[in-house]
Design a protein around this ligand. Sequence first.
Ligand SMILES: C[S@@+](CC[C@H](N)C(=O)[O-])C[C@H]1O[C@@H](n2cnc3c(N)ncnc32)[C@H](O)[C@@H]1O
Length: 255
Amino acid sequence: MSLHRIREQAFRDKDTPFEQAALDIESSALVRLPEALRRRTGGLLRWCGRKLDDMLRPDMRAILLARSVSGISMLHIDSRLALDQCATKCRGAILEIGAFVGGGTITMASAMKRSGNEAPVLAIEVGGSSENPLMPSNDIIRDLKSNLDRYGVVDRVTIIEGWSNEVLGDVERLLAGHKIGLLVIDADGEVIRDICIYRKVLQRGAAIVIDDYASNEPNIKSPVVRAAVEKLVSDGLLRKTKILPWGTWFGTYRG
Ligand SMILES: C[S@@+](CC[C@H](N)C(=O)[O-])C[C@H]1O[C@@H](n2cnc3c(N)ncnc32)[C@H](O)[C@@H]1O
């Protein structure tokens, strides 16, 4: 099966559980070929097998995972795939502000595991309940923990329960000297406040992801977020890379 067909299937086949889809991919000829090259050949062919394996398997796993967490994330699948890329390339720690029930957190923690980056993954979440009809929750922290567990990243993520403007001390302690290479803000719209608090632990050039920059629906958060991001850009603290579906802003920290 071609890589294109496998990708298409991974997106389309929404009813197949993640584990089954992962098994299907593992047993597909495309994944078995590099394995066979690695095991049964020597020299150059073995090297090619390893390269193919490195290239294909993470890519397909990321797509499957992005599709699989759709029911537990408010971010568009394209933004989650881009988050996966940012986390894969991240050379420092990850800080997420507003984890909700973990769709984005799982995406980033899984990418860090795949890429072998052992720096901390910290998720700040104030908790409470959600009446969102598509994703209701009676207890956000409980559901966040159980989702992290279900996707095998509960040991890779540290949840910091509280408001982002009250937990800088915890973040600094848990970073244990690491700097943040990827900061994701998807919380109460107070983007300038959060950037000002956490800039002291940000790497220069860190990837910054801010949700609710734009929205097609009437939304009280978007105009506030947009104005904040524009101000940070015009002050030279942030630089835009691109805006992905459902209005998620991607850029870098220039401070
Ligand atoms: C839009 S949801 C986040 C969605 C999540 N990023 C995803 O992938 O689905 C916003 C979350 O941020 C939390 N929150 C809002 N303001 C916060 C703050 N200042 N500090 C910590 N959590 C906050 C809310 O409890 C809620 O769970």
